[in-house]
Design a protein around this ligand. Structure first.
Ligand SMILES: [Zn+2]
Length: 256
């Protein structure tokens, strides 16, 4: 078995013809988990999941953007609640690390933390896993929120952070996922070697573009096969065992 699942991408951000082409060319990619950015994105993902049986969706509000008004947020939550049966996870939600470290940041982190807690409560109440955008300094903050609500099924997508935070994620039974940058980013290779494969998944975060051997190419879930090969080599685990573990992990984590 050499099947993979793309555990985190933004399918709604691709053009219709790109999606059509992607679906025709998927090679041993069993399922795509498409996370949402905002209300429009949730709606498009909902439509896509109805058009394509292998597309599963998560609904949420990406943290790397300005917070919308209370009224707009209420509309978003109301829409999500009325489509709760369609979602396999809450996501993409988390904290705005890149926005906060950019020169345009003039906000406070507090409203983002409050909003994340609302999503965590929704996940807890509905027994849903949660797909998180939380890197570097934000990891301990997010871990504390998860601990407060006794959440175990949390997925730190494209994890980047220090060893102590990694250990806390491992101890709490959370998952991380690796992207194709494992082929050329030493920082990610170090994480991949250290983190247990039993709590790992793979993803593309597409259409996010990659460098190295992927430079200039539209991000495609088939790229995951190179991620799996690289991981197998780094961890000196057989290629078949690597494929199987990642696949089973993802199916169990998302209950799909
Ligand atoms: Zn993402």
């Amino acid at each position: 078995m050499r099947k993979v699942i793309d555990s985190h991408l933004h399918l709604d951000k691709y053009l219709d013809n790109e999606i059509l082409m992607m679906m025709k060319t998927l090679d041993q990619v069993d399922m795509l988990i498409s996370v949402s950015y905002d209300l429009e994105s949730c709606k498009r993902n909902s439509t896509l999941s109805k058009s394509y049986q292998n597309v599963k969706t998560a609904f949420g509000f990406h943290p790397e953007q300005a917070i919308i008004t209370d009224e707009e947020m209420a509309d978003l939550f109301q829409w999500v609640y009325s489509h709760i049966d369609e979602m396999i996870a809450v996501g993409e939600v988390g904290l705005p690390y890149y926005l906060r470290t950019s020169s345009s940041w003039s906000s406070s982190l507090e409203p983002y933390k409050e909003l994340l807690e609302e999503w965590v409560k929704l996940a807890s109440k509905n027994n849903l896993p949660i797909s998180l955008h939380a890197v570097y300094d934000d990891v301990p903050t997010v871990c504390s929120i998860l601990e407060k609500h006794s959440i175990e099924k949390a997925h730190f997508h494209w994890f980047k952070g220090v060893d102590t935070d990694m250990d806390r994620i491992i101890r709490n039974g959370h998952f991380i996922s690796l992207t194709p940058d494992i082929l050329y980013e030493e920082e990610i290779q170090v994480i991949a070697k250290r983190f247990p494969i039993s709590q790992m998944m793979v993803e593309t975060d597409g259409p996010w573009p990659f460098e190295g051997p992927f430079s200039g190419r539209i991000t495609h879930p088939n790229m995951i096969h190179q991620t799996v090969r690289q991981l197998s080599e780094l961890k000196t685990i057989s290629i078949d065992k690597t494929y199987e573990t990642l696949y089973v992990n993802t199916r169990n984590f998302f209950d799909i």
